[in-house]
Design a protein around this ligand. Structure first.
Ligand SMILES: CC(C)(COP(=O)(O)OP(=O)(O)OC[C@H]1O[C@@H](n2cnc3c(N)ncnc32)[C@H](O)[C@@H]1OP(=O)(O)O)[C@@H](O)C(=O)NCCC(=O)NCCS
Length: 163
């Protein structure tokens, strides 16, 4: 059975600073994507691409020099997709104290060498906590697909139809 969960641990470096002196939100999003990718690739044994990101919430800032933990775990699998919940926590490396800072759900699709989606191993929930997470993933997927029906009306600018 492939590994369902991975945790990345590292120190928040000065290069990740924002204009307010704390860790840049974009850096946190990059870490989330990296942890999610490692989790999805490990589960599927395939190269994976991000197809959807949702539910991101920055609860608390991360300070430069904090020990950061980015935990990614599979919470739902479809035929080709893997829904990965990512939780970020951070704190003073001199202590064991960590505070939850950010959470998010990312959907990855496994692809073959031609970039076509391919089937992934099914993940089955084992306990009530897993069932709750799976149910959350299904709700988020329904919301995400509903939002796609109401795509932002850019008026074709993004697709290059207007210049
Ligand atoms: C990933 C890609 C190959 C999928 O193409 P596709 O197979 O035609 O896409 P589908 O519509 O069949 O969807 C594939 C899966 O994504 C799921 N999906 C699509 N939109 C979704 C959404 N908003 N939320 C959750 N899941 C979604 C589908 O349900 C399907 O899952 P399943 O097979 O488990 O049922 C294509 O969309 C792509 O290349 N996207 C760009 C990816 C990218 O560049 N990412 C950024 C850099 S990594």
């Amino acid at each position: 059975m492939p590994q369902r969960e991975i945790t990345l641990r590292f120190l928040a470096e000065p290069t990740a600073v924002n204009f307010g002196g704390k860790v840049h939100g974009g850096a946190v999003m990059k870490w989330i994507d990296e942890a999610g990718y490692a989790c999805a690739a490990g589960w599927s044994g395939r190269y994976c691409v991000t197809i959807y990101v949702g539910g991101i919430r920055f609860h608390q800032p991360i300070h430069i020099g904090d020990m950061v933990e980015v935990c990614a775990r599979i919470i739902y699998t479809g035929r080709t997709s893997m829904h990965v919940a990512v939780q970020v926590s951070a704190g003073d490396p001199k202590t064991d104290n960590r505070r939850d800072t950010t959470q998010c759900i990312i959907v990855f699709v496994a692809v073959d060498d031609n970039g076509h989606s391919v089937a992934v191993p099914a993940w089955e929930p084992r306990d009530d906590a897993d069932i709750a997470l799976q149910s959350y993933a299904k709700n988020m997927m329904a919301l995400g697909k509903e939002m796609e029906q109401n795509a932002i009306p850019f008026g074709g600018i993004a697709s290059g139809a207007k210049s």
